[in-house]
Ligand binder design. Structure first.
Ligand code: PEP
Length: 250
């Protein structure tokens, strides 16, 4: 039985003091949620959010990490730096990193492998653009992103990997995939995971949906067989919107 996993990706929003205030209130109000909860602040907010969430069940994740031990990588942050402040979860391959920072499947895979070696849990994002979907390339694109992103992983590694299916055209646009379209993509992703690691691993892999998830559409999405949670952007920025999402199965 897969436990629902709801994550908030704050992107480049909130100062450290705003993030800490939010996190303190979230810790209280998420205490009785039945789902697994995570928030991903920016790097500079991480120490304040870790402190604010100490003792709570809310996981703190980074939005990215470098694939080297350390050294001459200006502007980057290493796994050891994150571990040192108590962060052991990272989102990798978000479409904004693919789109604006040129991250390829191979580069994302290098980060996945390195972060796993460092004992991290990963949320690996995949998803097609509108033109890829409209030209009938949905399965080709998702298949490649999943296969290359997870290349070199063992079945045991998959216990530390969550996949987030985020159709790029639905991110921050207010457009959501229909529950049926999302379910179709999730079932396909699960079949790709089964093809690589076997059906037991695939059955246990959490696959989140992301793309304009809100309190008004979350229940219908979560009711789909292969949708095991959500990666939420805009609606994770205010408690008014995020709390009903994490309490969607209460
Ligand atoms: C995201 O950034 O991962 C996301 C899904 O954003 P939004 O919920 O705002 O569409």
């Amino acid at each position: 039985m897969r436990q629902l996993y709801i994550a908030g990706n704050w992107k480049m929003n909130k100062t450290p003091s705003e993030a800490a205030l939010f996190a303190k209130e979230l810790a209280e109000k998420a205490a009785d949620a039945k789902v697994k909860v995570m928030v991903a602040p920016t790097f500079v907010c991480l120490p304040a959010v870790v402190e604010a969430l100490k003792g709570s069940r809310v996981i703190v994740a980074a939005q990215n990490v470098n694939d080297h031990e350390g050294g001459a990588y200006t502007g980057e942050v290493s796994c050891d730096m994150l571990s040192d402040i108590g962060v052991k979860t990272v989102i990798l391959g978000h479409s904004e990193r693919r789109q604006y920072y040129g991250e390829t499947d191979e580069f994302i895979n290098a980060k996945v492998l390195f972060a796993l070696k460092k004992g991290f849990d990963i949320v690996l994002c995949v998803g097609e653009t509108l033109s890829e979907r409209e030209s009938g390339r949905l399965r080709e694109v998702l298949g490649r992103q999943v296969k290359v992103g997870l290349s070199g992983l063992s079945a045991e590694d998959m216990a530390h990997v969550t996949i987030a299916y985020e159709p790029v055209w639905a991110i921050g646009t207010g457009k959501t995939a229909t529950p049926a379209d999302a379910e179709d993509a999730h079932a396909f992703i699960r079949s790709v995971v089964a093809g690589i690691f076997g059906s037991d691993v695939a059955e246990n892999t959490i696959i989140q949906y992301g793309g304009s998830v809100k309190s008004g559409n979350v229940r219908e999405l979560m009711a789909q067989k292969d949708i095991d949670g959500a990666l939420v952007g805009g609606a994770s920025l205010t408690l008014d919107q995020f709390l009903p999402i994490i309490h969607c199965v209460d």
